[in-house]
Design a protein around this ligand. Structure first.
Ligand SMILES: Cc1cc2nc3c(=O)[nH]c(=O)nc-3n(C[C@H](O)[C@H](O)[C@H](O)COP(=O)(O)OP(=O)(O)OC[C@H]3O[C@@H](n4cnc5c(N)ncnc54)[C@H](O)[C@@H]3O)c2cc1C
Length: 323
């Protein structure tokens, strides 16, 4: 038995989720009495690769084929399955984000593997292989038994604490894989990267706006507060549906799942579908005119009042503190 992890990087730097995946895989490997092999695809330098060792990877397979420099789900699934077979891996851990959700079913077909999607805890049992996942927007949980020889687990983002493993030894190997050209069905002609924006899923502080912000023209003080706090900005789904904010800011059941240390919810009612994406935040601060809004049940701190009046005051207060 061995545990294989598909890591993700952005511009050669590992996303925080990669360290979570390795920490989780190390926990599974410990239960199974085996090691963790991490797969990195794309150009990542050695000092960055070594960081995976700090969280429990024992081997790192770095795939650097130029054909794979841009994410292609079909090709990536083919490469990961080839490595899984070579490595005799029978547990494969990937993220439950959009990339993972595209790769997991393809891998599942290739490896005839059962998928436990959105797991958030270590397996309850290895025999039978039983995993825990939250369901119905976090209102219930399920115990899922996976009976296939190879098991794929997609880990809910921000659901597992990073666990450093001091003294862990780790070997890095480069691998040139064979990429079946017929799988590369899309050609990326142009990549426009967002710069200077904090990645929402990695952010420690998030300032988020809902329909209570009334208009996209009112976002100035919210973004100013975010920038003063070194925070990422987010929003509720209707806000991105209305085109007030970009879709990549939408958090919740159908959006991003985040778990920052601090989530400031401004003019957000706290519907279950929204809470499904943010309820793992360490501290939630809510600003809402309605004292009975459900967000106050999830929040540790709250201000009942008009966000459009409160935000400028908060901005001034933070500026004062920073002087
Ligand atoms: C299948 C499905 C999936 C969904 N997925 C998601 C999802 O992923 N994410 C998501 O967010 N939603 C999702 N939704 C929608 C969700 O049910 C809610 O409709 C949505 O979260 C409400 O957004 P909101 O809180 O911004 O708006 P509203 O419900 O309109 O709430 C606005 C809040 O602002 C307050 N307010 C008004 N004026 C002010 C003011 N001046 N100052 C301060 N507060 C003020 C109000 O009291 C109210 O609480 C989903 C729905 C369905 C059916």
């Amino acid at each position: 038995m061995s545990v294989l992890v598909f890591t993700e990087n952005w511009d050669g730097k590992f996303k925080k989720l990669s360290f979570e995946l390795i920490s989780y895989a190390a926990g599974v490997a410990k239960m199974a009495g085996t090691g963790v092999t991490a797969v990195s695809i794309g150009r990542v330098d050695e000092s960055e690769l070594k960081k995976l060792g700090n969280y429990g990877a024992n081997r790192i397979i770095a795939v650097t084929n130029d054909q794979l420099s841009v994410l292609d789900n079909q090709a990536y699934a083919s490469v990961i399955s080839e490595i899984a077979v070579k490595e005799n891996a029978n547990i494969i851990v990937i993220s439950n984000n959009n990339t993972g959700k595209a790769i997991a079913p393809r891998l599942s077909v290739r490896l005839k593997a059962g998928v436990g999607s959105g797991v958030s805890r270590l397996p309850l049992n290895l025999n039978p292989f039983t995993v825990y996942k939250r369901t119905y927007s976090g209102n219930a949980f399920a115990h899922l038994v996976i009976k296939s020889d190879v098991k794929i687990l997609t880990l809910a983002q921000n659901s597992f604490d990073l666990a450093e493993t001091p003294g862990n030894s780790c070997v890095i190997e480069s691998m040139n894989v064979s990429v079946d050209g017929s799988l590369l069905k899309t050609t990326v002609k142009d990549v426009q990267k967002q710069t200077g924006k904090i990645l929402l899923t990695d952010a420690e502080v998030v300032v988020s706006g809902g329909r209570g912000m009334k208009s996209p023209d009112n976002w100035g003080p919210l973004t100013e507060l975010a920038s003063l706090l070194g925070a990422a900005t987010a929003c509720s789904r209707p806000v991105s549906d209305e085109g007030w904010r970009p879709h990549d800011e939408h958090t919740g059941q159908t959006g991003k799942i985040i778990a920052p240390n601090l989530y400031v919810a401004v003019g957000i009612s706290g519907a279950t579908q929204h809470l499904a994406g943010i309820s793992s935040s360490k501290y939630i601060v809510a600003i809402n005119t309605d004292k009975d809004a459900p967000i106050f049940e999830a929040a540790q701190y709250g201000i009942v009042g008009d966000a459009l009046k409160i935000l400028p005051k908060l901005v001034d207060a933070v500026k004062e503190l920073k002087k």
